[in-house]
Ligand binder design. Structure first.
Ligand code: SIN
Length: 277
């Protein structure tokens, strides 16, 4: 197995491994170390059926059960799919993951990681962008760090301030999904110890103790800073890619910039995380 760093802060390409076969303990440990060190692993040249995706991703931890079960595969419900061919009930096309976000931060223990396995890709475009929130935190002014340390954000399923709308939850899912949870705006990575900005434009409804006039411009300023190009890694998909990223220290977004007559279809699974601190 070879691991090649792709930028000086985020992303590594992994080659020379077939995750449809059993993996020994040393390789599993090396993959987990690389995940914490590089935050995004692009494991190339995999050809995995849904159950094999599950086996591969479980090398990094137990599965997190998604809030919205609408996209679960009938034969392997822990795996969901992403497709540009889905529509909202009003007929508008639904591009999952457009706009900067971190996954399921409206959970008390949000997923530590998300993995996608490319099944069908458009001939061009449809990249996934990642922004490194630890690098962005480290580059904040001391005054801004002091301002956000100790602030707590209110996360909900769908923020009323977000231009991007999510697919609605079923009534059964609404029963399971918390109404609101609180997470620090600056969190510490439980494995690396690095501090990161932890914001999410589609999920944050407000900041505890601040009125919207103060909270919304602050969140906007943090997002503008954190998503500057210098903190980004842009993943250009290749057939067979299995990409796993760390939601604890990254924002990510999909790009709907390709011909919608072409299909973009990927398997998706998330891994259980801790309470952000
Ligand atoms: C996601 O946000 O989970 C999807 C990202 C992508 O489709 O590139």
């Amino acid at each position: 197995m070879q691991i090649r760093q792709m930028t000086d802060h985020t992303g590594a390409e992994v080659t020379g491994i077939d995750l449809s076969r059993p993996v020994d303990a040393a390789t599993k440990a090396a993959l987990n170390r690389a995940f914490v060190e590089h935050h995004v692993l692009a494991i190339r040249d995999q050809r995995l059926e849904p159950r094999q995706v599950l086996g591969a991703v479980e090398l990094f931890g137990p599965v997190f059960h998604q809030h919205n079960t609408k996209f679960a595969l009938p034969d392997c419900p822990q795996i969901h799919y992403l497709s540009n061919q889905d529509k909202f009930p009003d007929g508008k096309r639904y591009i999952p993951g457009e706009g900067w976000h971190t996954d399921h931060s409206n959970d008390a223990r949000p997923p530590k990681a998300t993995a996608l396995h490319a099944v069908t890709l458009p001939s061009t475009g449809g990249d996934t962008q990642f922004a490194n929130m630890a690098a962005a935190y480290a580059a904040l002014s001391p005054a801004m760090r002091a301002r956000i340390d100790g602030l707590v954000a209110i996360h909900v399923y769908q923020s009323s301030h977000s231009a991007r709308k999510l697919m609605s939850l079923s009534d059964a899912a609404k029963e399971r999904v918390p109404n609101a949870v609180l997470h620090p705006i600056a969190r510490t990575h439980p494995e690396s110890g690095a501090k990161s900005i932890y914001i999410n434009p589609i999920r944050i409804e407000g900041i505890l103790g601040l009125d919207h006039k103060e909270a919304l411009p602050l969140l906007h300023e943090l997002l503008e800073h954190a998503t500057e190009e210098r903190f980004q890694y842009r993943h250009v998909w290749k057939p067979g890619d299995l990409v796993l990223w760390d939601n604890r220290c990254l924002l990510h977004k999909a790009n709907g910039d390709y011909d919608m007559n072409e299909t973009r279809y990927l398997y998706r699974v998330m891994l259980q995380g801790d309470v952000p601190r």
